[in-house]
Design a protein around this ligand. Structure first.
Ligand SMILES: CC(C)(COP(=O)(O)OP(=O)(O)OC[C@H]1O[C@@H](n2cnc3c(N)ncnc32)[C@H](O)[C@@H]1OP(=O)(O)O)[C@@H](O)C(=O)NCCC(=O)NCCS
Length: 180
């Protein structure tokens, strides 16, 4: 049986089989097939992929990470009140997808944990207020909401989670439960 706990998560490189990746969302397949390499070269996004040690070419899942600033008015009033009146720096997971052959094995969660850990490391050097995700549909929203992400507004596909919530828990407790 495949042991997904040995998953390797590393930057996308030329050895990875991008064309062989298929999740259940065409736009996310097309992104890694056609756009991801260009975004990396142009320094628009970093892409991290999950592979298994005995098959390092097959992409089991991926996510994209970049930065963004969001208007203070987009945050809930309760949080915005405590911040200076200027745009807020955030890290954006623009896309996250798991191979349709490996859904429900914990890979989505491991990718999310990896993105948060990388962001926390960077945020020691460059201030980042929150992790933001773009949910491609309501199904994806459900995935993020269970980890504490909240909608920026009712009509936006964006959800956020302030990094402050991890200050007392270097890795979020609800993310660690099944993969500690
Ligand atoms: C959403 C997606 C990334 C989840 O990946 P996955 O590897 O199947 O998820 P995991 O196995 O890591 O699930 C982790 C937890 O999330 C739950 N979960 C998974 N998908 C969920 C959903 N759509 N809504 C609510 N909970 C969900 C699982 O039940 C599991 O809970 P548990 O830890 O209590 O057992 C995957 O379904 C996918 O790639 N979907 C298509 C693309 C997509 O929607 N991307 C999202 C953002 S653009």
């Amino acid at each position: 049986m495949t042991n997904f706990r040995n998953l390797v998560i590393a930057p996308l490189n030329a050895a990875h089989d991008r064309a062989g990746f298929h999740c259940n969302v065409e736009a996310l397949d097309q992104y890694i097939h056609k756009q991801a390499g260009q975004d990396i070269r142009r320094r628009i996004s970093r892409i991290f992929v999950a592979t298994l040690p005995d098959n390092p070419k097959e992409v089991m899942g991926y996510y994209s990470l970049s930065t963004l600033s969001i208007e203070l008015s987009q945050l809930p009033e309760k949080l915005a009140r405590k911040l200076p009146k200027q745009p807020v720096p955030v890290a954006l997971i623009g896309r996250l997808a798991v191979s349709k052959n490996a859904l429900g094995c914990g890979i989505g969660k491991m990718l999310l944990v990896d993105a948060i850990k990388r962001t926390l490391t960077v945020s020691d050097q460059i201030a980042i207020y929150a992790m933001v995700v773009d949910a491609i549909n309501d199904n994806a929203k459900g995935f993020y909401e269970q980890f504490g992400f909240a909608r920026l507004s009712d009509d936006s596909p964006r959800l956020f989670l302030p990094l402050k919530s991890f200050e007392d828990n270097p890795v979020p407790i609800n993310l660690l439960q099944s993969h500690a």
